[in-house]
Ligand binder design. Structure first.
Ligand code: SF4
Length: 260
């Protein structure tokens, strides 16, 4: 079992494959994980490790720590390219997520106006108007859709809600509108003796149909990069990712960014 990735509320900066020099905001506990999914590939480990003891960070504490870190980075002459909400779980489950987004946008405007604000989100909370509105206010709302086929989505992402289907995810993303950037992690392997694979032609066809409905401004295709809780999962070769990206972009007309 892996332990949590980030033991701070404001972490990094880290050089991200997808985002550049990224200062992280972790709205989950510093010693546990809270997520509405329990993905087989989650770099923060499985939810079974528990939520820890520190609780979710308070809004005022997040604002104070972020301001402190941005001032320190400015003093060192290295400002972030992006402030990224990610961390040990799903940021949008924080009850003050929308207010924290607004605090963060103000801090960005004050301390590093050239930086973008990104949120890595698993899409499960998009049905809450205040969450969707807050995500529309950030520069990059990067919203997960790993499969357009319910059995695969449920096997790979393991949503906590028994009602969360691929159709539900697609409908939420479609309603979110054209500011969405959809992120899809491609992998294959087995779990509990069952194959898990979102790279087959049928999977890509279903994803293409879903992207056509959602019409995001961009699609991000990527694969696993670090050790995953389900260790049978494979990193997809760069050539295969690029081939999938070419097929998706030619079928949908939507730009596809590949992080290999
Ligand atoms: S949605 Fe993100 S944080 Fe949640 S289990 Fe999946 S990879 Fe981990």
């Amino acid at each position: 079992m892996q332990t949590v990735l980030f033991n701070e509320t404001i972490f990094g900066p880290v050089r991200s494959r997808r985002l550049g020099l990224s200062l992280g905001v972790n709205l989950s506990p510093r010693d546990g994980k809270v997520c509405t999914f329990d993905c087989l590939y989650c770099e923060a480990g499985y939810n079974a490790q528990g939520p820890g003891t520190t609780g979710l960070p308070a809004r005022a504490e997040v604002a104070r720590l972020l301001d402190e870190r941005l001032r320190a980075m400015a003093a060192e002459g290295e400002l972030p390219d992006v402030i990224t909400f990610s961390g040990n779980g799903e940021p949008t489950v924080h009850p003050e997520f929308a207010a924290i987004v607004d605090d963060t946008l103000r801090a960005r405007d004050r301390r590093c106006p050239a930086a973008r604000v990104s949120v890595l989100c698993n899409s499960t909370m998009l049905g809450r108007p205040e969450v969707a509105e807050a995500l529309r206010r950030v520069d990059n709302a990067i919203l997960k859709l790993d499969s357009a086929l319910t059995p695969t989505l449920r096997a790979l992402d393991r949503p906590a809600s028994p009602d969360f289907t691929a159709e539900r995810a697609i409908a939420l993303l479609e309603a979110f509108g054209p500011k969405a950037i959809v992120q899809t992690l491609l992998t294959r392997g087995t779990h509990d003796g069952e194959p898990v694979d979102n790279t087959t032609p049928a999977e890509l066809d279903a994803l293409i149909n879903a992207y056509r409905r959602i019409r995001p401004r961009e699609i991000m295709l990527y694969t696993i990069d670090r050790r995953t809780p389900e260790q049978s999962l494979q990193r997809i070769p760069a050539d295969e990712l690029r081939e999938a990206a070419a097929r998706i972009s030619s079928a949908t007309g939507i730009p596809v960014q590949v992080s290999a």
